[in-house]
Design a protein around this ligand. Structure first.
Ligand SMILES: Nc1nc(Cl)c2ncn([C@@H]3O[C@H](CO)[C@@H](O)[C@H]3O)c2n1
Length: 234
């Protein structure tokens, strides 16, 4: 038990998929896993453990923002022995080639948040996913005939009110998309020597201002889930 998770020791598999939304976690568990059981529900941040193709797998929500994912990632790693954390989520497209519902796999996560610098004595830390997981994801994408974009994303603290200079700076530096958690997940995984990855679908676009319907979001979400699941058990 921890202040934020009421699962018993051993309740989590070594691999945990992490959407932001608890109801998404429930949907993933019910749709893709067998022998599913709810293992935590503190503050309704739901977590489940079941089996995928006969192997143990957990799904747990991480909430919104780097402070939230930092708490859950830290506790899953240090109190429940989790070794692979794969964020599956949505992002805002920045790269103009990106279409809505495109898949993105983060090869690094820039940030404008002080949270990562604070962990690195005030220097700029290069937050990046685990190479083995990234390689497995690239192979799984080929197997599934999916073509995600691999590249740098930005993890920000603000959904509203970002500095107006940020968007042109992201475009200039080739940042593919913006979300609010990956940099913290990568930094924490690196600090505790475990593996992390972030797979995203483009749910809205900051330049073209296109938006997706919830039904369209759902379909592209399924492709992202298949990619994450195959990567987890490559
Ligand atoms: N800043 C920001 N901006 C845009 Cl355009 C987003 N699209 C999806 N997200 C993700 O969805 C949630 C916010 O809606 C956050 O968890 C974040 O990771 C976004 N976060």
């Amino acid at each position: 038990m921890t202040p934020h998770i009421n699962a018993q020791t051993g309740d989590f598999a070594e691999t945990v998929l992490m959407p932001g939304d608890p109801l998404r976690a429930k949907y993933i568990a019910e749709t893709y896993l067998e022998n599913v059981r709810e293992v935590t529900n503190v503050r309704n941040v739901l977590g489940f453990t079941g089996e995928y193709k006969g192997k143990p797998l957990s799904v747990m929500a991480h909430g919104m923002g780097m402070p939230s994912i930092s708490i859950y990632a830290h506790e899953l790693i240090n109190f429940y022995g989790v070794k692979q954390l794969i964020r599956v989520g949505s992002c805002g497209g920045v790269d103009e080639e990106l279409k809505l519902r495109d898949l993105i796999v983060a090869t690094s996560a820039s940030t404008n948040s002080a949270m990562i610098r604070d962990r690195f004595a005030g220097y700029d830390y290069a937050a990046a996913p685990d190479f083995e997981l990234l390689k497995a994801c690239s192979e799984a994408a080929k197997e599934l005939d999916l073509s995600p974009r691999f590249g740098n994303i930005l993890s920000g603290d603000l959904f509203y009110g970002s500095n107006p200079a940020l968007l042109p700076a992201m475009q200039k530096m080739g940042v593919l998309a913006v979300e609010m958690e990956a940099a913290a997940l990568f930094a924490i995984a690196a600090e505790f020597r475990v593996k992390a990855l972030c797979v995203l679908t483009v749910s809205d676009h900051l330049i073209t201002a296109e938006e997706t319907s919830s039904e369209e979001r759902q379909n592209s979400f399924n492709q992202m889930m298949e990619l994450a699941l195959e990567t987890a058990y490559a």
